[in-house]
Design a binder for this molecule. Structure first.
Ligand SMILES: *Cc1c(COP(=O)(O)O)cnc(C)c1O
Length: 433
């Protein structure tokens, strides 16, 4: 292929080809392409953005302790769908259902590929050809083109919007109910917040209205947390355990605030979950054994909240005291200052930053954090974009953000093991730039 490209160039513009092509060029280009072909496309990166559940960077990190279990199950045959006590076919969901119910207090549970699948399945199974009432303020679009109205259309349910963007009243829901209504849907606003003159209807009143009219009440919680983060100094968000007291059925992601693998978890009344399990879409949306394995291990950690906060990286990053983040930033800064990279003309300073949970969780929730600001001295021949690009091209790419012509590395999402990598990345910059 490389040879073809060279031939084409020679045919098209012989003069350019003559200037460009020599033995060194061919050798270097060949080595570069060979290296590219031999390195896997997917690689670890250092997340120095301060966005904890960063969808582009893989959302939640799995605790290393569970990888052993995943290796064991993945490299051997397992009882994935085999009932060992009876010696007959079993259910792959049985490995996680019970513990989901134990943690959340739900009657029954089902796990699918992701939360977008959950919403599609619930709407298809319970509201096909019928109306679903949603507040206009909750018709959200999540990144990656997941929009509630579009999913609704896919499922065959008919969207009935009520209220205004900023305010929806109880009577708006009440007046929209007709013979063809099947469901009231509440969607977590996830990645935005309407502030000012606002009003929504609480889930408890919606449950009363649903029961009075024989409707389903479905809540798409988005992130869905088992932990009340207000205990750790963040603002209160309803937990899954709180919401399930009112909604008939709830869905949430496995890899957002839960800190586990990509999955959609659906919990609720047993008769509803049984209907979802029998629906043909369920087979198309089913999760694979690695997910079940990782999810089982993560859920097991949740049996003890303190342990969950310590061991699940997403939870640890969200709740880490600011002083500890600051110390990590200081350690990194000291190591960077010890490098001999004078030619880059950089200076390093500790700054306070605002980290974010991301992934459409606690949208208005800033997390006070610390980071390093890398400034370029006025006589530097480089700019912030050169440095950003250089760090991004390192063998373990370092992803940072640029603010006011400076580079910010937020220490909240930097792991201890990332520190030597960041230091080496700056050292490599010195040679390359
Ligand atoms: C994130 C989110 C989804 C989609 O979940 P995935 O697990 O990414 O498929 C759906 N609804 C809401 C409200 C969300 O925040």
């Amino acid at each position: 292929m490389f040879v073809d490209e060279l031939r084409q160039l020679i045919n098209k513009s012989p003069l350019d080809a003559q200037a460009l092509i020599n033995e060194d060029y061919i050798k270097n280009e060949y080595i570069k392409r060979l290296n590219n072909a031999l390195t896997p496309s997917l690689k670890p990166v250092v997340n120095a953005t301060g966005v904890i559940v960063h969808t582009n960077l893989g959302r939640s990190l799995l605790p290393e302790a569970i990888l052993n279990y995943m290796t064991q199950i993945g490299s051997r045959y397992s009882n994935l769908e085999f009932d060992l006590s009876k010696g007959i076919r079993g259910s792959r969901y049985s490995h996680v259902e019970e513990i989901v119910c134990e943690i959340t207090g739900a009657e029954s549970a089902l796990v699918v590929n992701n939360n977008a699948s959950s919403v599609l399945l619930v709407l298809s199974a319970l509201a096909r050809g019928k109306e679903v009432i949603v507040s206009r303020g909750e018709l959200v679009e999540i990144g990656g083109s997941f929009r509630i109205p579009d999913v609704m259309r896919q499922s065959g349910a008919v969207l009935r919007e009520v209220g205004a963007t900023n305010r929806t009243h109880f009577r708006d829901y009440e007046e929209a109910i007709c013979d063809n209504t099947a469901m009231l849907l509440k969607v977590h606003q996830s990645n935005f917040k309407v502030i000012g003159f606002t009003k929504g209807v609480d889930i408890r009143s919606l449950r009363e209205l649903a029961d009075k009219n024989g409707l389903y009440l479905f809540e798409d919680l988005g992130s869905g947390s088992f932990i009340d983060f207000s205990r750790y100094g963040l603002s209160y968000e309803p937990t899954v355990q709180d919401s399930i007291k009112y909604a008939h059925v709830i869905s949430f992601s496995g890899d957002k605030l839960l800190g586990g693998p990509q999955a959609g978890i659906i919990i609720g009344k047993k008769d509803i979950i049984d209907r979802l399990k029998r629906h043909p879409l369920n087979r198309a949306l089913r999760i694979d054994k690695f997910t079940i394995c990782a999810l089982e291990a993560i859920l097991d950690i949740y049996r003890d909240e303190e342990q969950a906060i310590r061991q699940i990286p997403t939870l640890r990053m969200i709740t880490e005291p600011q002083e500890i983040t600051k110390k990590r930033a200081q350690r990194l800064k000291r190591r960077l200052e010890r490098l001999s990279i004078d030619n880059l003309k950089l200076s390093f300073g500790i700054i306070t930053t605002i980290a974010r949970i991301g992934g459409g969780a606690l949208p208005a929730q800033p997390i006070p954090s610390y980071g390093i600001r890398v400034c370029l001295m006025p006589d530097s021949q480089y700019n912030a974009h050169d440095i950003e690009e250089g760090l991004r091209s390192y063998s373990t790419p370092i992803i940072v953000r640029i603010e006011d012509e400076g580079i910010i590395l937020d220490a909240r999402t930097v792991l201890e093991a990332d520190i030597p990598l960041i230091v080496d990345a700056f050292n490599t910059l010195k040679k390359r730039l």
